[in-house]
Design a protein around this ligand. Sequence first.
Ligand code: 6PG
Length: 240
Amino acid sequence: MKKIVEILADREQLVARSHEILLAKLAEAVQTRGQFTLALAGGGTPKPLYEALAGDDLPTDKIHIFWGDERYVPPDHPDSNQNMARQAWLDRVDFPEGNLHPMPTGAGDPAADAERHDAELRSFFGVAPGEVPSLDVILLGMGDDAHTASLFPRTEALQVCDRLVTVGDKDGQPRLTFTIPLLNKARCVLFLVAGESKRSALAQVFAPEADADAYPSRYIRPEGELWWLLDEAAGKSIDH
Ligand code: 6PG
């Protein structure tokens, strides 16, 4: 794993830097592998990045979009990560619908939908049971409690290592989430973390020793590159 930490002056510069890195990774993937597989994060931080991408002339026929996690709500629900990304980017450009691979939330059974998406990922990437595919880039945010995707502190999802997708639990609310093995197989993980409220969680995530079950972002150690893009407010006292 190669770890890169950059502290940007403010959110705008953090978004601009993440945009620059993504476009470089996209070009490299399309040139070397003929396609770019990207998993989006939910929450508020990445939304301006998606809006910036909507202004780019991209080879959307070669880009496949996934989500690292999803709230267990219909796709048109205001809390839906799919809905946010579609409004900010995907529905504003000519993405082939077959290139968008949202997490299903329609079965009324989160575990069944998690299994269904697990199978969809295996089919798309052509991996056998037991194998884990590598996405080119997985975008992640981090909560004030150091959760990432929908891997919340001291939840069962943190222990799931035999599947690609599982059910997360946020205060009793079900979510679907990539598992730690899938996240850690990525060629590149890009954390976007902004705001003073993230400072104490970041200190625990960057500490030499701390309980990863209490601070789940500590579990993210991808085989490829691990980028932490922080704004000054979040990363001020980080020793990196
Ligand atoms: C979600 C996200 C979640 C998010 C963090 C940070 O579904 O909400 O996947 O993991 O990335 O909670 O959210 P902010 O970017 O809004 O701080």
